[in-house]
Design a protein around this ligand. Structure first.
Ligand code: PGA
Length: 249
């Protein structure tokens, strides 16, 4: 049985004070939610405050990006050990906004995945196709390229420490969710890639989250698909009530 994971990606929203207020509201709403793992991914400046607020709960904190080097002359970057110190247990890597707005490459994502694992941070690695790629029947080819680009150098044991998120770019922030069937098809394909590259055992243990306009009113349908092991939620994770209803699908 794969334990579901519901993760909230706050993107560039919430100050420290807003993060504390959010956590104070969320904690009682999910205090009895044992059926899934709960992750929140605040912006860098609110990581420590959120981790502090999450202490004693089952909620874990992830960052939204990081550099692969431990330290150095990399103006504006944050390293994995810095995230650990701030109280993070995971890090989102390769989000489509990083890939498309900040030109992040598969090569750099692979280095970040390695660095995260070496620092005991769980990578939540995002893959997904653009609308024109889907319309040109390139979805599987793109997913394969992103999958291999991020994971080809890993051992099977490394791979078992990863969470994968399928986020079709055309569904992110657009209100246009992939149907549960479309998402499940992509997840099935990603699991096949995991089986080919690693093993049947690792592939069946892999948790694949769906992301892209997940809301309280569509989470049930998505989670009804056996292939879907959770959700990476953007907009609807910013409000504690709405995020809690997704957690408690
Ligand atoms: P959305 O974002 O839920 O606002 O579509 C999802 C994501 O980017 O992770």
């Amino acid at each position: 049985m794969r334990r579901p994971v519901i993760a909230g990606n706050w993107k560039m929203y919430k100050t420290q004070a807003e993060a504390r207020a959010f956590m104070a509201k969320l904690l009682p709403l999910v205090a009895n939610s044992q059926h899934c793992e709960i992750v929140v991914a605040p912006p860098y400046t609110a990581l420590a405050a959120t981790a502090e607020a999450a202490k004693g709960s089952t909620i874990t904190v992830a960052a939204q990006n990081a550099h692969w080097e431990k330290e150095g002359a990399f103006t504006g970057e944050i390293s994995m050990p810095m995230l650990v110190e701030a109280g993070c247990q995971g890090v989102i890597l390769g989000h489509s906004e990083r890939r498309h707005l900040f030109h992040e490459t598969n090569e750099n994502i692979a280095k970040k995945v390695r660095a995260a694992l070496d620092n005991n941070l769980r990578p939540i690695v995002c893959v997904g196709e653009l609308l024109h790629e889907r319309e040109s029947n390139l979805t599987h080819a793109i997913l394969e390229k992103q999958f291999e680009g991020a994971f080809a150098a890993l051992t099977a044991d490394d791979f078992s420490r990863i969470l994968l998120a399928y986020e079709p770019v055309w569904a992110i922030g657009t209100g246009r969710t992939a149907t549960p069937e479309i998402a499940a098809d992509a997840h099935r394909y990603l699991r096949e890639l995991a089986q080919k590259r690693f093993s049947t055992e690792k592939a069946s243990a892999l948790r694949i989250l769906y992301g892209g306009s997940v809301k309280p009113d569509n989470i049930k349908g998505l989670m009804a698909q056996v292939e879907i092991d959770g959700a990476l939620v953007g907009g609807a994770s910013l409000d504690a009530q709405s995020f809690a209803s997704i957690v408690n699908f």
